[in-house]
Design a protein around this ligand. Structure first.
Ligand code: B1M
Length: 218
């Protein structure tokens, strides 16, 4: 079995030791940490989500999967940061980011945060379950150029519109670039709620923010 397939399989089987061994084997064979995280580890998580939906896995399995993912992130994150620092911009932006109210999924958002920081941006991570007022306060407090929102639940993805509206009411909407992402979001949703961009994954999020940084500094 190919090593990337092995990582995916071991994660879906919730075999912690096997995931760690397979990840280390992939790194030794020259696969980048970014490729491992955005490839087989993310694919494995999607598959686990489907098993949860079909009733084969329960919440305990989702928790275990998240724990296994976070365990390998302990040594993958510094490598991802090093890989992402190759795309560093000359003048970074200030970015306020969080998983929106009602949603506690943070694995993907934390990857986005790590890669944006490594690319030279100042990231203020508001954490999870973040209400609109906190985004507004943070934009004022830090003079943010960008607001990033993550949502993995269909119900909480709708809440992003509330954040956009609250930024508008506070007179801040025109001052910030809004980017959204997470499994429950789409480019259509971004358009519908009045966000400026949607990113499929962390690599795309960095590309979009880096492009903006270049535009603003030229
Ligand atoms: Co939850 N969960 N979960 N869960 N969980 C999903 C999201 C689900 C799709 C599973 C499923 O049924 N197929 C489903 C949502 C269905 C829906 O609404 N459409 C679901 C559900 C239902 C729930 C609960 C309601 C279950 C329950 O209690 N009955 C509950 C909700 C809790 C809450 O938030 N209020 C719940 C809880 C949990 C755990 C706590 C157990 C755990 C999360 C642990 C944690 O994050 N600390 C968990 C997990 C692990 C998942 C799945 C299996 C995996 C998520 C993950 O970490 N993926 C997930 C299945 C899935 O996503 N398909 C699922 C890996 C990660 C790297 O990917 O986060 O998508 P992701 O991030 C990517 C991109 O999306 C993008 O970049 C990242 C890296 O490339 N991205 C951005 C993310 N944010 C971005 C922001 C950006 C740009 C890009 O700009 C700002």
């Amino acid at each position: 079995m190919d090593v990337l397939e092995k990582i995916r399989r071991c994660l879906v089987d919730l075999d912690r030791v096997c995931v760690e061994e397979a990840v280390r084997e992939a790194l030794r064979s020259g696969v980048s940490a970014t490729e491992i995280v955005l490839g087989p580890l993310s694919e494995g998580m999607n598959e686990i989500g489907k098993l949860f939906e079909s009733g084969e896995y329960f919440i305990a399995e989702l928790i275990e999967a998240a724990d296994i993912f976070k365990n390998v992130m302990k040594f993958l994150e510094p490598l991802i940061r090093a890989e992402s620092s190759k795309n560093a911009v000359r003048k970074g932006l200030r970015i306020v980011i969080g998983t929106v109210k009602g949603d506690i999924h943070d694995i993907g958002k934390s990857i986005v945060v790590a890669m944006l920081q490594a690319a030279g941006h100042q990231v203020i991570d508001l954490g999870v379950d973040v209400p609109a007022e906190r985004f507004v306060e943070a934009v004022k407090e830090y003079g943010a150029h960008v607001v990033g929102m993550s949502a993995l639940l269909t119900s909480t993805a709708r809440y992003m519109k509330t954040v956009v509206e609250e930024l508008e009411k506070a007179g801040l909407r025109k001052r910030v670039f809004i980017i959204i992402g997470g499994a429950a979001t789409t480019p259509e949703l971004a358009k519908e709620i009045g966000a400026d961009a949607w990113a499929r994954d962390a690599v795309e999020a960095v590309k979009i923010v880096n492009r903006l940084a270049q535009e603003l500094s030229s």
